[in-house]
Design a protein around this ligand. Sequence first.
Ligand SMILES: N[C@@H](CCC(=O)N[C@@H](CS)C(=O)NCC(=O)O)C(=O)O
Length: 250
Amino acid sequence: MDAVKIIGAPVSPYVRKILAILRLKDVPFEIDPIVPFFGDDDFSVLSPLRRIPLLIDGDVVIADSSVIAQYLEETRPEPSILPANPADRAQARWLEEYADTRMGDVFIWRCFNAVVVNPSVWGGERDLNAFQEALAGPVAEIMDYLESVAPKDGYLFSTIGLADISIAVMFRNMRYCRWTPDASRWPKTARWLATVEENSALSAANEWADTLVKTPVADHRVRARQLGVPISERTMFDLVPRRGPMTPAS
Ligand SMILES: N[C@@H](CCC(=O)N[C@@H](CS)C(=O)NCC(=O)O)C(=O)O
């Protein structure tokens, strides 16, 4: 089977979600590890929202991690990342949606953006007040909700799947902001996240991201290659950052 190509740096939780699914399904892949703001004109054509990840599978180009996950599930059904019965499948899709939208808004755009992206990409101030406000408000609300749906032990639906992965990947970016959930306040969630993070499907991408988040974007390719990331031959990297049509103002 030819390798599929992923456009996007593993620092993105949405990219790591897809890399974990590829690992689970044992699909060979190569990566062009660009940070989305540093994509060139070709990137704008292939990804109209200038967002990562993008999947290229032969002639097929797909944007958006949920659409990519669904495509992988349909083209490489084994092992499935969705539970068997329709009600559980719906709940899994809802939790993926909750992770991608609400957690993405708060964990990535309010927290990770204020602490990491805005200073490193746009040269802004690290906004620790905004971060603290988010922790006290929407982050705590999200955690309370997750505690209400977290499994007593193991995964949400017997084996690791789409919902577990979509939610767990968001937390690593919070760790890059030096925050981890309080296990005495949200014990079920803390246990569940630890179980998902320990799964070998997530480990390589997590290690790559841990190093790349500390690496200047211009050095990502070289550093990624040193880490053993299967790097694509061609890159859509451009040194000058640009905002995409949906990049929030910072
Ligand atoms: N709904 C999209 C969200 C992807 C997303 O927001 N990716 C971020 C990186 S973590 C991005 O590319 N942001 C660039 C921008 O919005 O300008 C998905 O699931 O793929």
